[in-house]
Design a protein around this ligand. Sequence first.
Ligand SMILES: *Cc1c(COP(=O)(O)O)cnc(C)c1O
Length: 429
Amino acid sequence: MTDAPNYGFDTLQIHAGARPDPATGARQTPIYQSTAYVFRDADHAAALFNLQEVGYIYSRLTNPTVAVLQERVATLEGGVGAVCCSSGHAAQIMALFPLMQPGNNVVVSTRLYGGSITQFSQTIKRFGWSAKFVDFEDLAAVEAAVDDDTRAIFCESVANPGGYVTDLPSISAIADKVGLPLIVDNTSATPYLCRPIEHGATLVVHSMTKYLTGNGSVTGGVVVDSGKFDWSASDKFPSLSAPEPAYHGLKFHETFGPLAFTFHGIAIGLRDLGMTLNPQAAHYTLMGIETLSLRMERHCENAQKIAGWLEGNDHVEAVTYAGLDSSPYKARGEKICPKGTGGLFTVALKGGYDSCVKFVDSLNLFSHVANLGDARSLVIHPASTTHRQLTEEQQVAAGAGPNVVRISIGIENAEDLIADLEQALAASA
Ligand SMILES: *Cc1c(COP(=O)(O)O)cnc(C)c1O
């Protein structure tokens, strides 16, 4: 793409980061299915290994197809750089890795994707890290949870399993006040509906598995850096501000400025943790992103119609979609996601746990799967699946109590989806 900073989102989702292949003129970004790249000579190789010159060495670190995707997502999110990884969960570890030492903690929202709650409450302990879960509606509690060992604040923009919009401007004001980076998982909203960096986020993470690819074909993740955080303002982030022994004492922040986090993510994170995205997955995700805005508009339009219809159904106790007048988060959603709050919401059934199981089993067009953000409509009962590892208290705090079904509305005809929901609700009673 030629440098033209004022292109709109629809243009950038197709062109950002890409240019005709210099070797062949290929218009679509080729899948560079190559592990290694020939050095011009020994000096070139040495410069690359010393991080004195940017280029391709080995595909665990960088790959030309993946690089296009990195630039595309960074552009759409308004960041300075991005690191793609093998999954959304890998992206979360890659986001925390440069920030955290053993003994450090991260303050996280209780309203998160079930897998993230497990990753933060259990698995990160193996690294000597911990998470403090806080209700992010209670701003005083968020600030009070921050202590001398806290290194980041983490939340989702539109939280999975749906219907909750985080007050990003208020949370980022707290992060600024205490001098910590705010990490926002923007999976459910996508940069088309919400751009967390504009609301003060330092880093944005995605499961590209979901809406960015958009058709349930790929597992991938990405960390985008705003380039705005001053890693040297305190001694809390030595990985970025202090000399790095693995690179002859190089200081990432001093050397790479706003790109410090991105360079660290590649040169240390991908090099040594190896959670790399493969080029074929990057290609599928690039193709998905070309239609992101069109799909998100339809996801929102369908979700709005269907959530409204469900709210009037006799078997339904409540629907949590931030686009509904009944939602306490409607006004906030209009501010933070002015084009809509996505395709994800939950429905609570009057019949409880057993009704939910019958409802899910009776659907025909909706698929019962552990995924979301697909072109096709999906459904899951979190309490018996994704949130099964949690206590009932954690389930309720995460918006995934026993009588709650999570629905990911696809881009099919809304009438067909409503007809399927109607017959399954009748069968569930
Ligand atoms: C799916 C998801 C993840 C995890 O992503 P994977 O690609 O499955 O590893 C993290 N956060 C949110 C909000 C998700 O929906």
